[in-house]
Design a protein around this ligand. Structure first.
Ligand SMILES: *Cc1c(COP(=O)(O)O)cnc(C)c1O
Length: 410
């Protein structure tokens, strides 16, 4: 029997082991193998000023504490906080800042993060500059006296562009800034930003971490005690905490993260290779493809390429609408990272909050389609796409128009 004692440093455990054991010792009061759902709002004091480590469930809850410890362990962080959503995690970080502070942000971040920054925090006097985070020099050039935070997503959503985490961490350190990385796409299974110099990692645990598209959640991880104190203060003061049942579901999903991510990646790399050869496809974005302009950087800072694939279909909006509405296994829905494959049209769905000029400037064109490749059978996924992608129209000598065969076999 494997027993992981409270004192054992989970960071030294293998990733798959930590996902199952870290923070998840058998319940000391009952021996329950799996961390129970502590569905309670408050905790009884033993006497005035003495509690068992828990007092009020907004501040601490044992189910949430197990999730927080496990996530911290997986990211190689000293401290973890679970939040009600990924955007609640982003807010918990932004709430460190004050009026007049400046943030440098990657330009193709998740649409909801952009909306949060532009339509909420801007009203409180926080300033934002958006830069192409592939270009570390552009990040450095945006630093001002009032800059406090650098925020990047890598790989980005939906274009799968990479930011060089080591280089940006060096810039952040040089100017004494806080460097926060949204690690939702890569997961700690394939990328550990704190080890590369980031100060804070955030997640939408709604995605790969929970993995089954059945819960909304987020997390903030750091190894800085000073930052943790401010973040925890914000978590409790603002109150955007997850309920114990949501923490339980997330912990349940998290246990299989290592096997799920491997399966997502296997399917995604096959789907990307298939799309890459398809005549109805104009461009494919997947960091695992050798043709990806930052493939080398992906090999350097990631240990895998993830399960997200984006592509531009030939024929613009009409063709894209056709594809996303006709697939059978790929379901038309926002979100990503679950076992069921999803298809999405960023320009009219996830990235609608971003103005058209900004969107197109970043490459989010009308023909762009994003796939969250699930863990179904690879052949079914490829057949599903092959059946709906536009065929190349080839003109035969007779002058008649016919559809040429495309896809699978090529
Ligand atoms: C979904 C997502 C978010 C927001 O998370 P929610 O859980 O939906 O609030 C933030 N960043 C990225 C990269 C995401 O994919």
């Amino acid at each position: 029997m494997t027993r992981v004692s409270k004192n054992q440093k989970h960071k030294e455990l293998g990733f798959a082991t930590a996902a199952i054991h870290a923070g998840q010792e058998a319940d000391p009061t009952t021996g329950a193998l799996i961390t129970p759902i502590f569905q309670t709002a408050t905790f009884v004091l033993e006497e005035l000023g003495v509690n068992k480590g828990y007092q009020y469930a907004r501040t601490h809850n044992p189910t949430r504490a197990a999730l927080e410890q496990c996530l911290a362990s997986l990211e190689g962080a000293e401290f973890g906080l679970a939040t009600a959503s990924g955007l609640a995690a982003a807010s918990t970080v932004l709430n460190i800042l004050s009026q007049g502070d400046h943030v440098i942000c990657g330009e193709d971040v998740y649409g909801g993060v952009y909306r949060l920054f532009e339509q909420v925090y801007k009203r409180f006097g926080i300033e934002f500059t958006y830069v192409d985070a592939r270009d570390s020099e552009a990040v450095e050039a945006a630093v001002r006296d009032s800059t406090k935070l650098i925020w990047v997503e890598t790989p980005t959503n939906p274009l799968l562009r990479l930011a060089d985490l080591k280089k940006i961490a060096a810039i952040s350190a040089r100017y004494d800034l806080i460097f926060c990385v949204d690690n939702t796409f890569a997961t700690p299974c394939q990328q550990r930003p704190l080890a590369l110099g980031a100060d804070i990692v955030i997640h939408s645990t709604t995605k790969y971490i929970s993995g089954h598209s059945d819960v909304i959640g987020g997390a903030v991880l750091t190894s800085s005690e000073a930052l943790y104190e401010q973040l925890q203060f914000n978590q409790n003061a603002v109150g955007c905490v997850p309920g114990p049942f949501d923490c339980f579901l997330t912990l349940r999903g998290l246990k299989t993260l290592a096997v799920r991510v491997a399966a997502h990646e296997r399917n995604a790399s096959r789907v990307a290779a298939f799309l890459d050869k398809h005549p109805g496809v104009e461009a494919v974005y997947y960091p695992g493809l050798k043709s990806h302009p930052q493939h080398d950087l992906a090999c350097e800072q990631m240990t895998g390429f993830g399960g997200m694939v984006s592509f531009v279909v030939k024929g613009g909006l009409e063709a894209a609408r056709d594809v996303v509405s006709k697939t059978g296994i790929f379901q038309l829905a926002e979100s990503l990272g679950g076992v069921k494959s999803l298809i999405c049209h960023p320009a009219s769905m996830t990235h609608k909050p971003i103005p058209r000029e900004v969107r197109e400037h970043c490459g989010i064109v009308d023909g762009l389609i994003r796939l969250s490749v699930g863990i179904e059978s690879e052949e079914d996924l490829i057949a599903d796409l092959d059946a709906v992608l536009p065929r190349q129209i080839a003109r035969k000598k007779s002058g008649r128009v016919s559809a040429s065969l495309s896809g699978g076999e090529k």
